[in-house]
Design a protein around this ligand. Structure first.
Ligand SMILES: Nc1ncnc2c1ncn2[C@@H]1O[C@H](COP(=O)(O)OP(=O)(O)O)[C@@H](O)[C@H]1O
Ligand SMILES: [Mg+2]
Length: 311
């Protein structure tokens, strides 16, 4: 029997690009009940799996409105996924992508850094507290759980660090400080951020996002510079294949099987990690960015993902 790709998600439209997953069956996490003997029931029907199946988890680790949409919370969703995972593992030797064991660590940037801290791509960082010993400036102080650029400030000295740190901590709880990595590209007078789209240790696509400010997101990048910066980045990647390969292999070694987006900054001959996210396909790029990339061709991209999942 050929393997089936079995998708477990909290909802289809969860910002992870599920449209690109070549799944055969989908089960919705909120509709699953776990029997005491480990049998999984979806909407009243028993879930049948075989050892050759490929199980793919997809849930949104950092978008609060996605968990609200299923009347849940991140800790509740996390627990449910762990329970489902355990039930599956107790019965089947399936291949599992985006194993929920790391779900919370990936949604929390401080935990992500803690998990990956032995890797050279992780900048110097510390948990922010009132009496943190920190003397690297400039630095960025940021909520551990935040996305979209809010609750994050660049600080040039101790006063700025503590004024911002205390404010963010009061509003958002867990906060961290990290060295500021200068992402300036001199020749284009802009900042940049490199997003690698990776399955396991295979780079399936990448985008270099130019910005007028240091804090860059897909929607707010400087679109006029995308082509130029893409060429600049391609050249860098070609002449630094070894470091790119090592970076994705090292991350794979810790995070395990899965589809991830890595937000990185290129500095001289090195890559520095800003953030890890779960992502199968970047639909925002597909919609907004007018440049030839594998991501733009959904059906070809699905084929690539299928090869990666069945490899
Ligand atoms: N340590 C850092 N030094 C310089 N720029 C950073 C640093 N961390 C993040 N950034 C910038 O801020 C942007 C957003 O940060 P990121 O960690 O990806 O969080 P999110 O995308 O959830 O807002 C990154 O794309 C990068 O441009
Ligand atoms: Mg990011």
């Amino acid at each position: 029997m050929s393997p089936s790709i079995v998708l477990f998600c909290e909802l289809m439209d969860n910002g992870k690009g599920n449209k690109a997953i070549p799944y055969d069956v989908v089960y919705y996490i909120p509709k699953i009940d776990i029997c005491t003997n480990g049998t999984l029931v979806h909407d009243g029907d028993i879930i049948e799996l075989s050892d050759s199946d490929v199980v793919v988890f997809s849930a949104n680790e950092d978008g609060m409105h996605f968990v609200k949409a299923i009347n849940s919370t991140i800790p509740k969703l996390c627990k449910k996924m762990q329970d489902i995972r355990r039930a599956i593992k107790s019965k089947h030797a399936v291949k599992m992508f985006n194993d929920p064991v790391h779900f919370e660590d990936i949604g929390n940037k401080l935990s992500t850094y803690n998990l990956l801290k032995q890797l050279p791509y992780v900048p110097r960082y510390a948990e922010y507290t009132r009496d943190v010993k920190w003397n690297i400036f400039p630095c960025v102080v940021s909520a551990s759980r935040a996305s979209g650029g809010r609750f994050r400030n660049l600080c040039n000295n101790q006063e700025e660090l503590h004024a911002n740190g205390r404010r963010i901590q009061k509003m958002k709880g867990s906060t961290f400080v990290v060295e500021y990595i200068d992402s300036t590209i001199d020749s284009f007078r802009c900042f940049h951020n490199l997003r690698l789209m990776v399955v396991d240790d295979v780079v399936v696509d990448w985008f270099c996002r130019p910005g007028n400010v240091w804090n860059i997101h897909t929607r707010t990048q400087n679109k006029d510079l995308i082509r130029d910066v893409d060429g600049w980045c391609e050249e860098w990647m070609n002449s630094h294949q070894e470091i790119v390969r090592r970076c994705v292999e090292d991350l794979y070694g810790i995070l395990g099987r899965g589809a991830y987006s890595y937000d990185l900054i290129i500095k001289d001959d090195m890559l520095y990690l800003c953030e890890v996210g779960y992502k199968f396909w970047d639909d925002t790029v597909a919609k907004l960015i007018d440049i030839d990339k594998p991501t733009k061709e959904l059906s070809a991209y699905q084929k690539t993902l299928k090869e990666c999942l069945l490899r």
